[in-house]
Design a protein around this ligand. Structure first.
Ligand code: SF4
Ligand code: SF4
Length: 441
């Protein structure tokens, strides 16, 4: 169990702005507790959904102040929304925590180091060019013998838990991750079935560039023309998750403008995304953006959701070759709880001949990634990451299919060197269809 310390000087602060009556349906039954990732590792009522709802009620009633100690119990929440799925009373905890988070971003509620570290992350991660500039000097280090040596020596511990977690999550850096190399308009292969846009994601394109390449190849091979606006930035998911609403709106608005400029007046069937954290935020653009900024004119869909709805093309199905591997599909929280997408990725993977799907026992529990949670709350995140890889490894699968970049990095960090490898479902589909993106599968 992780421990926490108490604050000595509470700063009085009310918490206005919660959706009217949103805490009322909670009947304190506790059905949400077993699914709650933070309760699982911290074990205290204050770090459970029920406890946080009770806290919010007390703050609203003026019986409790939002001081640093209270705020730490909201910071321990991963925003995984497993409690929303579990709640029989229909409590919208997602709305509660999203309304609470902006209130946590005040100087007196976090230590100076936590504030600086968070600001640094939000100044770098959502901007691919800044992230690439920061990663340049690490190209030889990441995935190389020096990294192995440094990790074995234990020297990284001297950096402190947050920077140690950063180093532990750093994957080998592929050259393609340092430049967006896609054409703006990518034609469909064979019979054209539609036209879609593709969002590259800020972290995904830098750390796992073959995912976007595979997604593009699969979409083209299924008859879709794919528009990828050049110089597109972040969708705003990282800052949205931290309650930094101004930054989120700026990023979201800029992304919409880039798509509008690239597609002109030509309609897209949908804007697609292959990272579920991004998809969850992008689906909320209509609420996040004002009328002047406006969201996308077409639906935003996760690529699995789109392909399952439209169906794989006959030509693509015919091209699928047997892939005799066992795969455990990992349900990212922003996919299963945030977007209600569970069957579609499994359905697509099930189309691959000889691929066997295995199910983990705790699919709905968070892996500890949760945006930047595994960097700002490294101890809790590490416990959750370990529990998740143990659960997935027990399936005996040789491959874990993960459709969210944050989860993929977290799982790779905690898996044994000789454990299952982590791949995006689009990579597996591309491989089976002979659209080889990465020969190491
Ligand atoms: S949030 Fe829902 S599941 Fe959790 S205690 Fe309240 S009513 Fe029960
Ligand atoms: S969002 Fe996740 S971590 Fe937060 S209270 Fe709900 S189940 Fe727990």
């Amino acid at each position: 169990m992780s421990s926490r310390s108490s604050s000595e000087s509470p700063t009085p602060s009310r918490l206005p702005g919660l959706p009217e009556g949103a805490t009322d349906p909670c009947v304190h039954c506790g059905f949400c507790l077993p699914t709650c990732a933070s309760y699982r590792v911290l074990g205290t009522e204050m770090d459970s959904p029920r406890g946080r709802i009770h806290t919010l009620k007390a703050i609203e009633a003026g019986e409790l102040v939002l001081d640093a100690t209270v705020a730490s119990h909201f910071d321990s929440c991963l925003g995984c929304f497993a409690c929303v799925t579990a709640c029989p009373s229909g409590v919208r905890y997602d709305q509660l925590i999203e309304a609470t988070r902006p209130k946590l971003n005040t100087a007196e509620l976090r230590s100076p180091w936590q504030q600086t570290f968070r600001q640094l992350l939000l100044a770098v991660l959502p901007y691919p060019n800044r992230l690439r500039a920061l990663l340049q000097p690490l190209r030889a280090y990441a995935g190389g013998p020096l990294q192995t040596l440094i990790r074995r020596s234990g020297l990284v511990r001297l950096l402190g838990p947050q920077l140690e977690a950063m180093e532990a999550l750093l994957p080998p850096l592929a050259p393609e991750g340092f430049k967006d190399h896609f054409a703006e308009v990518n034609p469909a292969t064979g019979q054209r079935r539609g036209r879609v846009g593709l969002v590259l994601g800020c972290v995904q394109r830098c750390f796992d560039p073959q995912v976007n390449a595979a997604t593009l190849a699969v979409l083209q091979a299924n008859g879709f023309e794919v528009v990828i606006p050049a110089d597109q930035g972040c969708c705003g998911a990282v800052s949205h998750h931290q309650g930094q609403m101004e930054q989120t709106r700026e990023l979201a608005s800029d992304l919409v403008q880039r798509f509008r400029a690239a597609t002109g007046e030509d309609a897209l069937d949908a804007v697609l995304v292959a990272a579920s954290g991004c998809g969850h935020t992008m689906k909320a653009y209509d609420e996040l953006l004002n009328e002047e900024q406006r969201g996308f004119a077409c639906p935003v869909l996760d690529v699995h959701e789109f392909l399952a709805a439209r169906g794989l093309s006959e030509a693509f199905r015919a091209a699928l070759q047997p892939l005799p591997i066992t795969v455990a599909y990992h349900d990212a929280c922003h996919m299963i709880h945030g977007q209600g997408i569970t069957t579609q990725p499994r359905q697509l993977l099930g189309a691959i001949p000889e691929l066997k799907l295995r199910e983990a026992t705790e699919a709905g529990v968070c892996c500890g990634s949760a945006g930047i949670y595994n960097l700002v709350q490294p101890q809790e995140a590490a416990e959750l990451g370990q529990l998740k890889v143990e659960d997935l490894s027990r399936t005996g699968a040789s491959v874990i299919a993960s459709a969210n970049i944050g989860c993929s990095l977290q799982l790779r960090r905690h898996l044994q060197e000789d454990g299952p490898e982590v791949r995006h479902p689009m990579e597996l589909l591309a491989r089976a269809a002979g659209l080889t993106i990465d020969s190491t599968i």
